[in-house]
Design a binder for this molecule. Structure first.
Ligand code: PTJ
Length: 248
């Protein structure tokens, strides 16, 4: 079965080439022990919302990406939380964003196993990341059940701004409860993570991360941006979906 599947390659001319290649990367990441089984299902939900939004970065997402870049640049201890899906989809892009800010990278998993944490750390390092945190947690996020709460003191625990791509709602809320500024990347504008974040980026993670890096480079040395309203931005996106915005 695998042989038959592998024999079929996706032509670059395919209208949904990028989307299909992301699936390939995720399947490969699953086989390498980076992605949780449930990560495949979570990706499918993301794809559905991406389809509804035309599989492009909409202006509202760009606005949030700019605001996120400014927050990360002006943070005292900015940290990028990395899960299995994100590591499989865009490891080099995560390493580049961490360098550009600069920020720390910390592996923090919903379905945590020590083996998967170690594999993700190695995978990120192979793609240019350095000093990746998460393998030796020494702190806990309060009010979360054990494994999900594990984090490091120098990373997520003491961070003032945390970028949490593809987050589950509970942890996003717990980070807010700790007084942190949270930036969530989630194609679902209706999710609890989206609603609880300080800044929600409704964009596909492989587009969102390089876009934030671009804005980080553009905004470096400039005054912090003000005036971003997350609720207003999310309302506009929900309205776009209601109107049938998709052009795929
Ligand atoms: O690697 P782990 O153990 O930390 O597990 C990661 C998953 C994603 C399985 C875990 O965090 C999870 O179950 O997440 P949820 O609650 O399913 O939420 C994931 C959200 O991310 C959903 O709202 C999806 O719409 C969204 N999403 C999925 N893929 C993408 C995405 N958003 C942006 N880009 C994507 N590629």
């Amino acid at each position: 079965m695998q042989g038959i599947y592998r024999a079929m390659s996706v032509p670059k001319t395919h209208p949904r080439y990028e989307s299909l290649m992301r699936r390939e990367r995720l399947i490969e990441g699953y086989k390498q022990g980076l992605v949780a089984e449930a990560g495949m299902i979570a990706h499918g939900r993301g794809e559905a919302f991406d389809y509804l939004l035309g599989e492009v970065t909409i202006p509202e997402a760009e606005l949030a990406e700019r605001a996120a870049a400014s927050l990360l640049l002006n943070a005292g201890n900015p940290v990028i939380s990395v899960n299995g899906n994100t590591a499989a989809l865009c490891p080099a892009e995560l390493a580049e964003l961490a360098r550009a800010i600069p920020a720390k990278l910390e592996v923090n998993l919903f379905y945590r196993t020590e083996e998967r944490v170690a594999r993700i750390v190695t995978h990120l390092e192979k793609h240019g990341a350095t000093a990746v945190l998460g393998a030796e947690p020494d702190s806990q996020i309060p009010s979360l059940d054990h494994a999900r709460a594990l984090c490091t003191k120098e990373g997520i625990y003491s961070a003032d701004v945390v970028l949490v791509p593809l987050e589950d709602g509970d942890r996003a809320q717990a980070l807010r409860d700790m007084g942190k500024t949270t930036i969530v990347i989630d194609l679902n504008p209706l999710s609890r993570s989206s609603k609880t974040a300080s800044v929600t980026i409704v964009d596909e993670v492989t587009r969102a991360i390089p876009n934030i890096t671009r804005f980080v480079k553009e905004l470096k040395g400039k005054p912090a941006l003000a005036g971003f309203d997350n609720d207003v931005n999310l309302e506009k996106i929900i309205e776009l979906i209601r109107q049938g915005h998709s052009s795929v």
